[in-house]
Design a protein around this ligand. Sequence first.
Ligand code: LMR
Length: 412
Amino acid sequence: MSQFSHVPKPIPDPILYINALYNQDTNPNKVALGVGAYKDENGKPWILPSVRKAEEIISSDLAKYSKEYPPQAGYPLFLKTCQELMLGDDHIALKENRVATCQSLSGGGSLHVGLCFLNENYEGHDFYFPGITWPTHFVLYEKVYRKTPYFEYTYLYEDGKLAIDFEGMKRDFVNARDGSVFLLHACAHNPTGIDLTKQQWVEVKDIFKAKKHVAFFDLAYQGFATGSFEEDGYSVRMFAEEGVEMVVAQSFAKNFGLYGERVGACHIVHSDKHNSQLSANLQGVMCTIIRKTWSMSPVHGAYIIQTIGQDPELKKQYFEDVKTMSSRIKKMRQMLYDELVRIGTPGDWTPIKTCIGMFTFTGLTPAQVEYIKVKFSVYLLVQGGRMSMCGLTEKNVAYVANAMKQTVENVK
Ligand code: LMR
């Protein structure tokens, strides 16, 4: 008998599990609206033309782009590119040396580094997640904080209305202990697709400043939501300008289409102007965390990011590629909405049009999500009936709308 026979069957990850079910499904009409990964107008994975070009440059100069171990924090050009994409080239926090950056493994790895940093170096704080968030946030937190419980702050209204309860949210920020840490989605909130307005971000920033709260930004969709890095980076850039201390988990999975390359960065923005020693210390601490977990981050994705970021022509092309993705998603939102209305689907489908980024919270119940999966092979996430808009195409949108109509009519 194995000494490991006591090991229980693990609880499946809600997102990866849906994807696995989809892959096994033999229905030719199946539609993947579960995992958030961009697909082109034919429903196929898309490698950005700017990424392809960068890979050509990299493979033509293997002396420069070697396979040697990178510096522990990552290549300096990569780190510079990460900072510039996040904050813009001339941000005051960069001029004041207030940003410490370390390469990491996409969003998950960067969140892990940020959580470890706070847990080990910021004693006695309370940690808050939004009332609804990406389910992986919780498992990442539990892995690091062990038994220390987290708190939740208000996000959507409790009565099921698909809108932010901003008064409730502000109340929670104000009532929290000074110096608490709040996980914030910088843009394109996952799973709801509902973001704060700029004016609301300013109000949140004022509370954070007054209460000395730490903002922990999950920055997974910059550029992907509106097509503009500036627009999607508004919250992070404004908080950094105003000296709110923060951790930022930056991912290049979605906005560069580099899902499997696992490339990203963790940043710590502090408030001590021109204290480059502090920035170096913070970077060093992040390096230590990485050394203790995956040792060193991989180079290929980093080469791609720095090649695009430091070549003006390629960067221009890249910004066009990002617009291609975000425009296609916006178009699919409109098409699905129009079709649902045209065929008289019961319910208010406005959020399909008004939500932002990759996801929409359709409000379909778990029973309806199950029904649409079994009957139509349309795969959504159980949580709020989250729909990844990237799996919609001009060819399948009518099929999906019809499946939704039948579902809401048959399963109450
Ligand atoms: C998602 O929410 O579907 C994506 O962020 C993919 C993932 O890793 O969960």
